[in-house]
Design a protein around this ligand. Structure first.
Ligand code: C2G
Length: 129
C-alpha cells in the first residue's frame, strides 16, 4: 500500500510527527508532498520560516517518510496522487471532507489533529517571550 499526504511542515512539531507515524502505519511506503514556498504564500499570505529546500531535507530524515516532493498547487493534487500510485490519501481533521473528491482514485482518511499545538502557536509563543 502506498500512502500520500500533503502539508507545509514548517517548524516541525509533535503534531506533524504523529500524523506521519499514523499514515505510515497504514501501508508500506509514505510519500509526502510539501508545499512550495510560493504555494504556502498563496494559502496563508506568508512565507514559511524554513524554506522548501530545508523543509524537504528535514522531512526526508524522518524515519516514517520514504519520499518527499514539492507540491506546487491544489490543482495538481489529483495528478500527484495518480503519479505516485497512492492507494490512500491521509490528511489531518482540519481538512475534513475537503479532499473527498479524490475518493474515486484512492481512499481518503482524515486523522484527528494532535491537540494544542500548531506552527502558528509556536511562532506566537516565541514572539511574546
Ligand atoms: N497536523 C496535525 N496536528 C497538528 C498540526 C498539524 O495532525 N496539531 C497535521 C495537519 O492536519 C496536516 C499536517 O499535519 O495534515 C501538516 O500540517 P501543516 O503543515 O499545517 O499543513 P497545511 O499547511 O495545512 O497544508 O494541500 C494540503 C495542504 O498543503 C496542507
Amino acid at each position: 500500500m502506498i500512502i500520500i499526504t500533503f502539508g507545509t511542515f514548517d517548524l516541525i512539531h509533535i503534531g506533524h510527527i504523529n500524523i506521519l507515524e499514523k499514515a505510515k502505519k497504514l501501508g508500506d511506503k509514505l510519500i509526502v508532498g510539501i508545499s512550495s514556498d510560493n504555494f504556502s504564500y498563496k494559502k496563508k499570505n506568508k512565507y514559511p520560516i524554513y524554506n522548501e529546500k530545508n523543509r524537504k531535507k528535514i522531512l526526508e530524515n524522518i524515519k516514517f517518510v520514504d519520499e518527499v516532493f514539492i507540491e506546487e498547487s491544489f490543482e495538481q493534487k489529483r495528478d500527484y496522487i495518480l503519479q505516485y500510485n497512492a492507494n490512500i490519501l491521509v490528511m489531518g481533521s482540519d481538512w475534513e471532507n475537503k479532499f473527498d473528491e479524490f475518493n474515486d482514485i484512492c481512499k481518503v482518511i482524515y486523522f484527528d489533529r494532535t491537540p494544542s499545538i500548531s506552527t502558528t502557536d509556536i511562532i506566537e509563543i516565541i514572539k511574546n517571550q
